[in-house]
Design a protein around this ligand. Structure first.
Ligand SMILES: [Zn+2]
Length: 90
């Protein structure tokens, strides 16, 4: 069973699919909604995918250009300050 996470007043699950990143936001009868993150992304790129899609979920009215810029800025700042994904088993 997939873990569910709340953003705003909606629930989301994470799916890994090879289609870049995507956040559902216009499926009125569906809950939880889905966020997709490319399973091949690694390192800072993966971090930026997660931030980018979380911004879409949290702020559905925010435009793509603003989401893209904020995702890159926040990702770069976290990366510069040492945030890294822990590998399984460590
Ligand atoms: Zn986007």
């Amino acid at each position: 069973m997939k873990r569910v996470f709340p953003f705003g007043d909606k629930l989301y699950t994470l799916s890994r699919a090879d289609l870049g990143g995507y956040c559902e936001d216009n499926e009125p009868d569906k809950s939880p909604l889905e966020i997709w993150v490319n399973p091949r992304a690694r390192g800072r790129v993966e971090l930026e995918f997660f931030i980018h899609e979380a911004l879409h979920a949290e702020f559905p009215q925010m435009g793509e250009n603003a989401v893209q810029a904020a995702g890159e800025d926040i990702g770069a700042w976290l990366w510069q300050n040492g945030y890294r994904k822990r590998r399984k088993g460590k």
